[in-house]
Ligand binder design. Structure first.
Ligand code: HEC
Ligand code: HEC
Ligand code: HEC
Ligand code: HEC
Length: 266
């Protein structure tokens, strides 16, 4: 009995440590964020740490990176994801007017999938993924920065927000009426006033990040919503009532669904 309560105390302490990850707050940088694989290894033992305790190395290297072409390689140093996934199918009208790239994972999306596809080892590095004895792929669920159980990896684009299409195509068919989207020269929202008016957008506060800057050659990707480096993403509106601070590396806050309203007129 004594042993069981000792374990319980340990589990509770571990859980609260999880919520207060030092660098886990939005826009505090990649170190000690959910994208610092060495840190995750140290704090939770989930992944192998890098021998030299490096952070960038799981994604970038100054030498011997993956040649450009295989992936849009920003000195990429992780085994590429080779999954082939079917694109999202639109529910709203004029579906056929919005075209997907032959690979819906065009651009940084395929880089994300190097870890978030559920089959490529997260903690390996080296252009071909040979170094660090990495072997640990993402398993089904993890405890996120909010202490919630979240799904780690994406295996079906049919049930995720559409990516891999040209934003301008969408704009051409959704520039008015009840499916209107925002032109990409607008910036992500920081806040909206009480009694907001979605048509005039009077008093709506925009931040510095322009939608167009998140597109890859005009294509919408994972990076159109997420800042992989946890650097210029949204600082949340005041913490939730229980003190938790949401951080999913998003360009606009989750509260009031400001992320969604940044692009959709609703
Ligand atoms: C978890 C993976 C990951 C880690 C860790 C990471 N990056 Fe990146 N980095 C990316 C991806 C993906 C891109 C492609 C650009 C994008 O997000 O659209 C990128 C792009 C870049 C770029 C080119 C574009 C830009 O943002 O300036 C630089 C420079 C860069 N990273 C530097 C770094 C440095 C320095 C570190 C470590 C302190 C680091 N990155 C850590 C994934 C990562
Ligand atoms: C080098 C591996 C790697 C790459 C590349 C990578 N991630 Fe991650 N990501 C992780 C790990 C590890 C976690 C923590 C969850 C876990 O342990 O499985 C994570 C967590 C996240 C989270 C949840 C954050 C939280 O606080 O709950 C988001 C969102 C995310 N990644 C998005 C992305 C996007 C978008 C890209 C590409 C632009 C990307 N990731 C590229 C490894 C990676
Ligand atoms: C339209 C915006 C958008 C796009 C595009 C997007 N995400 Fe997300 N993502 C979110 C939001 C918002 C959350 C926060 C959780 C929520 O609200 O469901 C999230 C959460 C996550 C998480 C945390 C686990 C979870 O499900 O809560 C991961 C990992 C992630 N995204 C990875 C990706 C990857 C990889 C891609 C590209 C294949 C991607 N996201 C594309 C908006 C987006
Ligand atoms: C960076 C801009 C951007 C953000 C942020 C964004 N979306 Fe989208 N979304 C689009 C575009 C562009 C399309 C494709 C055109 C369309 O269907 O309206 C789309 C498509 C959709 C669709 C599919 C419509 C259909 O007919 O099947 C839904 C639903 C949707 N978004 C909801 C959301 C929600 C909810 C959020 C917030 C979590 C969000 N979007 C965030 C730009 C964005």
């Amino acid at each position: 009995m004594k042993n069981i309560s000792a374990i319980l105390v340990f589990v509770i302490l571990a859980a609260s440590a999880d919520i207060s990850l030092a660098g886990s707050a939005p826009a505090t940088g990649v170190n000690e964020s959910m994208h610092d694989i060495t840190y995750l290894g140290k704090a939770f033992g989930t992944y192998n740490q890098d021998d030299f305790q490096r952070v960038c190395i799981f994604c970038h290297t100054p030498h011997n990176a993956l040649p450009n072409g295989t992936v849009p390689a920003p000195l990429w140093n992780h085994a590429p994801s080779t999954v082939v996934l079917q694109p999202y199918t639109w529910a709203a009208p004029a579906n056929s007017l919005i075209t997907f790239n032959a690979d819906p994972l065009i651009g940084p999306s395929r880089l994300c999938m190097a870890c978030h596809d559920g089959v490529t080892a997260v903690d390996s590095h080296g252009a071909a993924g040979w170094a660090n004895n990495g072997a640990n792929v993402m398993s089904s669920f993890y405890v996120d920065g909010l202490g919630n159980t979240a799904k780690r990896y994406i295996e079906d684009l049919g049930v995720t927000h559409p990516i891999g299409f040209l934003y301008q195509d969408a704009l051409n068919v959704r520039n008015s009426g009840n499916v209107e989207i925002i032109t990409p020269d607008r910036r992500f929202l920081v806040d909206i006033p009480a009694n907001p008016n979605t048509h005039t957008r009077a008093g709506w506060v925009m931040g510095n990040k322009m939608i167009a800057d998140t597109l890859y050659s005009g294509y919408f990707t994972c990076a159109s919503c997420h800042d992989v480096h946890n650097t210029n993403n949204a600082i949340s509106l005041p913490a939730l009532t229980d003190g938790r601070i949401p951080n999913y590396f998003l360009w606009a806050p989750e509260q009031k669904s400001l992320l969604c309203l940044s692009c959709h007129v609703k």
